[in-house]
Design a protein. Structure first.
Length: 148
């Protein structure tokens, strides 16, 4: 479940907070495996934003908040789980970038987020600028560049 909290978002897993962050950071660079999995299921209407999407299909049963498994409540379905995830409950802790996450390995994981419409527009603008610069450089090298 993803919900907005003031200027940010909160992702809950098995009834517990998994990640709290500003919306752009959470969507662009999640730090909790459950957040990554949830974001991978987001439908992207812009084809440019869809190109790198690969839906993460979680295996196993959803944890019961009334009777969570020992350790991390997400460990039975987590594709990054380690042995200690089955025994140690992660605490929600603050990271350097003003977000909080309940994952033992948040700093070590490189998780995929989703691009926002704003990021997609910026990337398209950058690519267009690079292509234009490349074409003008090629034209100049071949003698077809702009005349003074």
């Amino acid at each position: 479940m993803v919900s907005r909290v003031r200027h940010g978002a909160a992702v809950r897993c098995a009834g517990r907070a998994g990640e709290l962050a500003d919306t752009v950071s959470l969507f662009g660079a999640p730090q909790h495996p459950y957040t990554e999995a949830r974001l991978s299921a987001v439908l992207r209407p812009d084809p440019a934003a869809r190109e790198d999407s690969r839906r993460i299909r979680l295996e196993g049963d959803v944890a019961d908040p009334a009777n969570p498994p020992p350790g991390c409540p997400f460990h039975p379905r987590c594709r990054y789980r380690q042995a200690d995830c089955e025994t140690r409950v992660p605490v929600l802790r603050a990271l350097a970038d003003a977000r909080s996450v309940a994952c033992h390995y948040a700093e070590e994981l490189e998780l995929r987020g989703v691009r926002t419409a704003e990021q997609t527009t910026e990337q398209t603008t950058e690519q267009t600028t690079e292509q234009t610069t490349e074409k003008s450089t090629l034209g100049t090298k071949s003698g077809r560049g702009a005349q003074p």
